[in-house]
Design a protein around this ligand. Structure first.
Ligand code: NDP
Length: 234
């Protein structure tokens, strides 16, 4: 059955791969974008998740054009790396505002219709560094770790209404976000990954689709690593 899916930040990178995976399975897929031309084949809504008003408008448009969101993938995220002593207040709060508070905004808005429908699937995109930590990424790691506590609280709050909330924690994925790294940094990272390579965005998308499928109906509050073994044991 075709469901109404929303993928935030679905215009590129991991989000786009996730949006494609749902569309290929026959779902109706809305994506958010902030600027430029969004990719074709989806209901593209302009939305910056740091702005509650834009979030509200995006949901209204999606509800009107493809129906209330039944599957939400909160994928939009940013990095602003800096060592702690040089990290400004704004470096910290802006990353948290996008990755954690932005996720709160979209999940809260989606939960309204999900509660009414007594069903729903929520998947949050965290990161291996949320639990592993990462020098120069205190802001990013804190925001991504925060998603785990957030998801598990939502899972407890909404579980009795047949709404699941899970986290996917990718390792290093080949996207714009990691293309800024130098060859040396990439090599160092690859050395620490048991599978000895970066992930392709489609490999993250596959687990997200699984968590939103009927097969995953009894999985909630889980953190699924898709990291080539990098975070094993945490
Ligand atoms: P990209 O940098 O390629 O894409 C980021 C996406 O997030 C873009 O679609 C961007 O939209 C969107 N976005 C950023 N800020 C906002 C905002 N304020 N409002 C709405 N949308 C926003 O990153 P990836 O595809 O690599 O990352 C996707 C997710 O996966 C992120 O949450 C990231 O933290 C996580 N992740 C990535 C890993 C990696 O190695 N790449 C590893 C682990 C986790 P726009 O095009 O408008 O900028």
């Amino acid at each position: 059955m075709s469901r109404s899916v929303l993928v935030t930040g679905g215009n590129r990178g991991i989000g786009l791969a996730i949006a494609r995976a749902f569309a290929e399975a026959g779902d109706k897929v809305a994506i958010t974008y902030r600027s430029g031309e969004p990719p074709a084949g989806f209901l593209a809504v302009k939305c910056d998740i740091t702005d509650p008003e834009q979030v509200e408008q995006a949901y209204k448009e999606i509800e009107e054009k493809q129906g209330a969101v039944e599957v939400l993938v909160a994928n939009a995220g940013v990095t602003r790396d800096q060592l702690l002593l040089r990290m400004s207040e704004d470096d910290f709060t802006s990353v948290v505002d996008t990755n954690l508070t932005g996720t709160f905004r979209v999940v809260k808005r989606a939960s309204r219709a999900m509660l009414r429908a007594r069903k729903g699937r929520i998947v949050l995109i965290s990161s291996v560094v949320g639990l592993l930590g990462s020098a120069g990424q205190a802001n990013y790691a804190a925001s991504k770790a925060g998603l785990v506590g957030f998801a598990r609280s939502i899972a407890r709050e909404l579980g009795s209404r047949n709404i699941t909330c899970n986290v996917v924690a990718p390792g290093f994925v080949d996207t714009d976000m990691t293309r800024v790294l130098t060859d040396e940094q990439r090599e160092n990272i690859t050395k620490q990954v048991p599978l000895a390579r970066y992930a392709q965005p489609e490999e993250i998308a596959a687990s997200v689709r699984f968590l939103a499928s009927d097969e995953a109906a009894y999985i909630t509050g889980a953190v699924i690593p898709v990291d080539g073994g990098l975070g094993m044991g945490h």
